[in-house]
Design a protein around this ligand. Structure first.
Ligand SMILES: Cc1cc2nc3c(=O)[nH]c(=O)nc-3n(C[C@H](O)[C@H](O)[C@H](O)COP(=O)(O)O)c2cc1C
Length: 184
């Protein structure tokens, strides 16, 4: 798959199957992420591959934050749906950004991290693997830092990257090129 096809084929996956992604595909995607541009050679991106025990803890946290105290009905439908959603993907990789005291550097570093994440997703789709960048509420909770062992004084969690096989969601109508590009 060439770069043009990868850009067009990459779509957010909302519903993953349970099939596992081979480690060499993940390693290749991390290497692609690490090729992203960054200003002042800050290399601000970090990726943490979450093991199954810690993923279970994150699932419990997401349930607690989303549903609080549960009624039996919630447990039967919505909780099970959330558990399936967070259990099915082959990998969960947490993307974080190294903190900077300089606001301009922080902005540029976030841009660089976004480039890195896009590179990662493009590498995955070139290997036939889907992904989703999620910024759900629980990603910035104190417990998430504790579970993932990410030091909040040094790094900011900017996304959960869900990785695996699944069908892309329905087609999105993108803006016409004429509405996003001008030639003066
Ligand atoms: C910074 C960022 C955060 C996102 N967070 C979420 C999220 O929390 N939940 C979600 O369902 N999708 C999330 N997405 C995916 C977008 O909703 C998705 O990219 C958009 O619908 C366009 O679909 P596409 O990726 O298939 O082109 C996020 C995407 C980006 C770039």
């Amino acid at each position: 798959m060439n770069i043009h096809e990868a850009i067009r084929n990459r779509r957010t996956i909302h519903s993953f199957k349970t099939d596992k992604v081979l480690p060499n595909i993940i390693n290749r995607a991390i290497d692609a992420a690490n090729q992203a541009p960054c200003h002042r050679l800050s290399f601000p991106w970090r990726f943490t591959n979450i093991n199954s025990k810690d993923r279970s803890l994150l699932i419990q946290l997401a349930i607690k934050m989303k549903f609080g105290t549960l009624s039996q009905e919630h447990e039967d439908i919505n909780v099970k749906r959330l558990i399936t959603k967070m259990t099915n993907p082959s990998h969960l990789i947490v993307a974080s950004q190294i903190c900077s005291k300089d606001p301009k550097q922080t902005l540029e570093d976030y841009a660089a991290c976004a480039c890195a994440i896009q590179n990662l997703c493009l590498s995955l789709i070139a290997d036939g693997v889907g992904s989703k960048w999620s910024t759900a509420k629980y990603i910035s909770s104190k417990e998430t830092y504790q579970i993932t062992k990410i030091d909040p004084s040094n790094e900011k969690v900017i996304g959960f990257l869900w990785i695996g096989y699944g069908e892309p969601s329905k087609k999105i109508n993108r803006p016409n090129i004429s509405s996003v590009y001008r030639e003066n």
